[in-house]
Design a protein around this ligand. Sequence first.
Ligand SMILES: [Zn+2]
Ligand SMILES: [Zn+2]
Length: 166
Amino acid sequence: MVRIRLSSLTNAQVGQRESVGLNLGQFSLEDLSVAYLKGVLQFTRVANGILVEGTLKAAVETECTRCLEPFFAPVVVELEGLMGLPGAPLSPERPVRVTEDGWADLAPLLREYLWLALPSSPLCSPTCAGLCPQCGGNLNRGECTCSGEGPVDPRWGILQTLLDGE
Ligand SMILES: [Zn+2]
Ligand SMILES: [Zn+2]
């Protein structure tokens, strides 16, 4: 839940605006784990709802495609969405509405934008050393116990080629 109080806008005239600064520490949006989320959102009363716009910076947990370790990837999202007024129907395109008492839970909107902002092939670090092609140990943590000699298992060789091609 990322609840924001918007009671001053629900009964306001069209064109009325309000800015809200967000600075959240670690929290979860269903299956997404977020380390932080910060930025300023601008809410504008429009004829059929409240428009929300703004740029947010966050770090979202994902898995490194090279070493397979979970890490928090920094993302920037340009949020823009229309929230319904109290009683308005919800839909996939409009997953948020303001409640009768003037609160809006932005979580469904934030979750969607953060998902889309995640890189398709995330790397925990540009210099991530990945996994050892022979033993599968995490080279970032020095887990490899191979001598560096001996034949490379051909299956790991293919994987290494794929990883190198990223
Ligand atoms: Zn990695
Ligand atoms: Zn190894």
